[in-house]
Design a protein around this ligand. Structure first.
Ligand code: AMP
Ligand code: GLY
Length: 424
């Protein structure tokens, strides 16, 4: 069968790579794809991004089903359009995707259904918002309501910093319409983890756990990014924490969405803060897989991904299990000069490591220009390796990173540091 993956980042390269490994899959189209998907003979890039045109393409090519990577087409209703035309697709509807596309929707949903998350209030008026942070004190967290590509959250250490963020979002229109409303929530201490499940609307299958590194520089310093690296599993998610997350977060969310008349189908990503007692609280929901979490997660998946997704589309995800490589996986993102503010494009990629069974270089912001690979976005590559221990995965990934060459490349040298340091 032929499949279609929508998107063009590292997550979509990993999805397409894993789907193409299925013996039942003859071709994977990637729309629009990137330089890495262009170079893989089992994949075909399709230069389409408009939703109606994607549906026309899927119908014309007899695509068995479509998988959507990024949030933007989901929030724009790609699933609704495909379903209305009788085309099989895996993802949440536009209304269900509001769990990610509106922080206010997500927070009020969680409150209504008793899902643990930080106390919060929503504001459109800067004066009222400023008064609230004065009352509440710092540290405190200011979030733009809508999608802001990871740039809409300010963890303010002081009241002054919080007020500046409020002014920038509500008065300065720094983020356009997505900042016209802000959610202000209490600061939560603990360790973060990404918990991603496949939901068919009623049942869920948990994927392997993971953790990403959002800050640009070593030691978790510097500006927030989409994610500079990730690893799986996340040791903070012990079997006890896993059980609590399923019981206290995932199942109430899937049940709550169904009760509210918005059954949730698709990947559901809970960004969690786990406190010292192992209690999970939701920082955010994403209605998609994480990038770069997907790269290490899918390196560890042994089950046929096409089978899993077909079961999910058919509402039978409870009839199948996922088998995971017991090894750890770790991915290091290599970003372009100027990332995250103004990534430079067009730098020739002069050298890349050779892929092997336990080390794959997933492409994100790359393009083929006259047969030559060049940078074409902020996060350029994610070099991902398996190892018997996380430390060995780390060593293998960084050996491969050392073989990459392009001008201005930036990467962190400490991916996995929280899991690698002795715990106690
Ligand atoms: P979000 O996009 O909501 O996940 O926020 C981006 C990052 O900001 C998270 O990964 C956390 O590191 C941090 N963050 C968000 N909300 C909180 C909170 N309530 N307390 C502490 N840190 C937070
Ligand atoms: N790596 C974080 C995200 O995909 O949202």
């Amino acid at each position: 069968m032929k499949l279609l993956v929508v998107g063009g980042g590292g997550r979509e390269h990993a999805l397409a790579w894993k789907l193409a490994a299925s013996p039942r899959v003859s071709r994977v189209y990637v729309a629009p794809g990137n330089g890495g998907t262009a170079r893989d003979r089992r994949l075909t890039n399709v230069p389409i991004t408009a939703i109606e045109e994607l549906a026309d393409f899927a119908a014309r090519e007899g695509v068995a089903f479509t998988v959507v990577g990024p949030e933007a087409p989901l929030a724009a209703g790609i699933v609704d359009v495909f379903r209305a035309r009788g085309l099989r697709i895996f993802g949440p509807t536009r209304e269900a995707a509001r769990l990610e596309s509106s922080k206010d929707f997500a927070k009020s949903f969680m409150k209504r259904h008793g899902i643990p998350t930080a106390e919060y209030r929503t504001f459109t008026d800067a004066f009222a918002a400023r008064r609230y942070v004065e009352e509440r004190g710092a540290p405190i967290v200011v979030k733009a309501d809508g999608l802001a590509a990871g740039k809409g959250v300010v963890v303010a250490q002081t009241v002054e910093e919080a007020k500046a963020a409020i002014d920038a979002m509500l008065l300065g229109q720094k983020l356009g319409a997505s900042g016209a409303r802000v959610v202000i929530e209490d600061f939560l201490a603990g360790e973060e983890a990404s918990f991603i499940v496949i939901s068919d609307g009623r049942h869920v299958l948990a994927l392997a756990t993971s953790q990403d590194h959002k800050r640009l520089r070593d030691g978790d310093e510097g500006p927030n990014t989409g994610g500079m690296g990730a690893y799986s599993p996340a040791p903070v998610v012990t079997p006890e924490v896993h059980a609590r997350v399923m019981r206290e977060v995932v199942m109430p969310t899937v049940r709550g969405m169904a009760e509210d008349g918005l059954p949730y189908t698709g990947f559901l990503y809970a960004g969690l803060m786990i406190d010292g007692d192992g209690a999970p609280r939701v920082l955010e929901f994403n209605c998609r897989l994480g990038d770069p979490e997907t790269q290490p997660i899918l390196m560890r998946l042994k089950t046929d991904l096409a089978d899993l997704l077909e079961h999910a589309i058919d509402g039978r995800i409870d009839r199948i299990d996922a088998e995971w490589d017991r090894r750890a996986a770790l991915g290091v993102v290599i970003a372009a000069a100027g990332y995250p503010d103004e990534p430079r494009r067009g730098d020739p990629i002069l050298a890349l490591p050779t892929d092997s069974d336990d080390c794959v270089t997933f492409h994100a912001g790359t393009a083929l220009a006259d047969g030559r690979l060049v940078t074409a976005g902020g996060r350029v590559l994610c070099v991902t390796a398996l190892g018997d221990t996380l430390r060995l995965a780390h060593a293998r990934a960084y050996d491969a990173v050392a073989q990459v060459r392009f001008d201005g490349m930036q990467y962190r040298s400490d991916i996995g540091h929280r899991a690698l340091k002795p715990r106690g």
